[in-house]
Write a protein that binds this ligand. Structure first.
Ligand code: C2E
Ligand code: MG
Ligand code: MG
Ligand code: MG
Length: 280
């Protein structure tokens, strides 16, 4: 009995790894196909609002993919696969093409765009992007690039060089998911970000947890001392919104503000609204 149980575990575990592996290979294959024909990949936009009023500051572009064979696949999953297979550079190019189309269509729109470490470190990333924007006459000031702490760990010197190049070209830079990674506070000063995004895990249940509140307050004070703008992610309730606003948070993002949506809907709900809000 005991012997069988002992023997059973590694087999089950091994089978699990095998399934995950097969899964990753299926995703990679389907993603390769998706990159060859357009139409499967798209971008949704989630509003980032001023904390004190319902006013769009910019919208975060979030990738979506529905594979004809595999169905909808969450971005965390396919971006991880794309990172490991190197496809993320090509994927990022495709998404940036879409982003530029949308920026052309909506001249009043400002966005933030997630860039994975491998993509940022690719030799031609910055120069290609800058050239494409120039060709289309889109100002880099309309784009904030969201980077993660992981980037700073692998090769901080190369990362700093790339970031300097992008900043000189006029892009804004944000540190995404702050608090979840491994980077030291020292990087925050050296790396010259414009924006710090406090991760959802610090915001959830803020009203029930004084320690978490103290932590968010400390992050806000630190960021403001370094003259960074702060976005609190994952605002799901009115209580959370009121609390981060009272703690001095500049910008907010989360389901309570609005969900990710397509460009048409974003325009209806957040861009075209502006005129209607004016008094008659
Ligand atoms: P992220 O950059 O931190 O994006 C925020 C994620 O939180 C999004 O998930 C968004 O839908 C979700 N979210 C926003 N508000 C709330 C809320 O109030 N509650 C909860 N529970 N979730 C909320 P999504 O779209 O599934 O994306 C997941 C991650 O995938 C992103 O995290 C980002 O790291 C990555 N990702 C998405 N699009 C891209 C892309 O185009 N390029 C790259 N490199 N990564 C991307
Ligand atoms: Mg992000
Ligand atoms: Mg984030
Ligand atoms: Mg996140």
């Amino acid at each position: 009995e005991a012997k069988r149980r002992r023997g059973g575990r590694p087999v089950a575990f091994g089978a699990m790894i095998e399934a995950a592996d097969r899964d990753a290979r299926a995703i990679e294959k389907a993603l390769r196909a998706a990159l060859r024909r357009p139409g499967q990949l798209s971008l949704l936009y989630q509003p980032i609002s001023a904390a004190g009023a319902r006013r769009l500051e910019r919208a975060e572009a979030l990738a979506r993919w529905t594979s004809p064979e595999l169905g909808p696949i969450p971005p965390d999953r396919f971006i991880a696969v794309a990172e490991r297979s190197g496809l993320v550079v090509e994927l990022g190019q495709a998404l940036l093409g879409q982003l530029c189309d949308d920026l052309e269509e909506r001249p009043e729109l400002a966005v933030s765009f997630n860039v994975s470490p491998l993509q940022l470190l690719a030799p031609s990333f910055a120069s290609d992007l800058i050239a494409e924007l120039r060709r289309r006459r889109i100002s880099p000031a309309r784009i904030e690039l969201e980077l993660t702490e992981r980037l700073l760990v692998d090769d901080p010197r190369l990362a700093a060089e790339r970031m300097g190049e992008l900043r000189a070209a006029g892009f804004r830079l944000a540190l995404d998911d702050f608090g979840t990674g491994y980077s030291s506070i020292g990087y925050l000063r050296e790396m010259s970000f414009d924006t710090l995004k406090i991760d959802r895990s610090f915001v959830t249940g803020l009203e029930r947890c004084p320690e978490r509140r103290a932590l968010v307050k400390a992050m806000l004070d630190l960021a403001h001392a370094l003259e960074l703008q702060v976005v609190c992610e994952g605002i799901e309730t009115d209580e959370e919104l009121a609390l981060v606003r009272d703690l001095g948070c500049d910008l907010v993002q989360g389901y309570h503000i609005d969900r990710p949506m397509n460009l048409g809907r974003l325009a209806e709900r957040w861009l075209d609204q502006r005129h209607e809000a004016e008094p008659a």
